[in-house]
Design a protein around this ligand. Structure first.
Ligand SMILES: Nc1nc2c(ncn2[C@@H]2O[C@H](COP(=O)(O)OP(=O)(O)OP(=O)(O)O)[C@@H](O)[C@H]2O)c(=O)[nH]1
Length: 210
C-alpha cells in the first residue's frame, strides 16, 4: 500500500511534490549484522524515527519509499512501499538509490539513511532551495562542519542514467558520484542532527543530552 502524506505542512510554503527514500538495505556489519532499521532507540525502532523526521519536514514528502533487503514484510507493515536492490550482494547505498530512482521518474527524490534519527526538519526545504538556485545541477547534498553527508541528498530524476553507468563499472563512493555529477553542497550548522547510529555506543546516547 502506498501512503500519500500531505504535500505541504507549512501554510506559508508553496506545495511541492517530491518522494523520499529511506535507505535501510545495508549489512549492518558494525552492529553484528543486525537490520539497523529495527534496532530500538528512545522507545522506537530507527525506521520509525526516520519516518517521523520525514513526515515532520517543513514540506512533507508526497510518498515515502523504503529501500530494504531483509525483513521485507516488517517494513511493508509500516504502510510504505518497499524497494529491494536490483543488484546482488549488498553493493552499497547507491544500489538502493538506483532501485529507488527506478520507482520515482517524475518527482525529485529526497534520500536519507535509516540510521540518522535526528535529521533536521528543514532538510528538504534547504536542499530544494539549492536546486532551485542551480537549475543545471542534478542534485544537492548536506554538509556540516564534520564533513559531507552525501546520503542526505535531493536528486532530480534525470540523474538516474549517470548512476547506472557509475555502478556498472563497479564504483561505490556516494560522495564521488555526487561530486562528479556537479551536485551542490548545502551547509547545515547542526552537526548533531546528522549523528550516525552505526555502532552500539550511539544507541546508549539520550535524545536530549544534559
Ligand atoms: N539498499 C541498500 N542500502 C544499503 C546498502 N549498504 C548500506 N546501505 C544503507 O546505507 C546507509 C549507510 O550504510 P552503512 O552504514 O555504510 O552500511 P551498513 O550496512 O548500514 O552498516 P555497516 O555494514 O556496519 O557499514 C544505511 O542506511 C544502510 O542501510 C546496500 O547494499 N543496499
Amino acid at each position: 500500500m502506498e501512503v500519500v502524506t500531505s504535500s505541504t505542512s507549512a501554510s506559508n510554503l508553496a506545495p511541492v511534490m517530491y518522494d523520499a527514500l529511506i535507505l535501510a538495505g545495508g549489512r549492518g556489519t558494525r552492529l553484528a549484522g543486525r537490520d539497523k532499521g529495527w534496532i530500538m532507540w528512545d522507545g522506537l525502532p530507527l525506521i520509525e524515527h526516520t519516518l517521523a523526521r520525514l513526515k515532520t519536514q517543513t514540506l512533507a514528502p508526497t510518498r515515502i519509499l523504503i529501500s530494504a533487503n531483509r525483513n521485507i514484510d516488517a517494513y511493508q507493515q509500516t504502510g510504505h512501499v518497499v524497494v529491494t536492490d536490483e543488484r546482488p550482494d549488498f553493493m552499497g547505498p547507491l544500489a538502493g538509490v538506483e532501485a529507488g530512482l527506478m520507482r520515482c521518474k517524475k518527482n525529485p527524490l529526497l534520500v536519507v539513511p535509516c540510521d540518522t534519527p535526528l535529521l533536521p526538519e528543514n532538510l528538504f526545504e534547504r536542499l530544494s532551495q539549492a536546486l532551485s538556485e542551480h537549475p543545471d545541477s542534478p542534485a544537492a547534498f548536506a554538509t556540516t562542519s564534520d564533513g559531507p553527508q552525501p546520503l542526505c541528498c535531493l536528486l532530480r530524476p534525470s540523474i538516474a542514467g549517470s548512476l547506472g553507468k557509475y555502478l556498472d563499472v563497479g564504483h561505490g563512493s556516494v560522495l564521488r558520484w555526487l561530486e562528479q555529477s556537479k551536485a551542490q553542497g548545502v551547509e547545515f550548522n547542526d552537526t548533531r542532527a546528522f549523528s550516525n547510529f552505526n555502532n552500539l555506543e550511539m544507541f546508549d546516547t539520550p535524545r536530549n543530552p544534559a
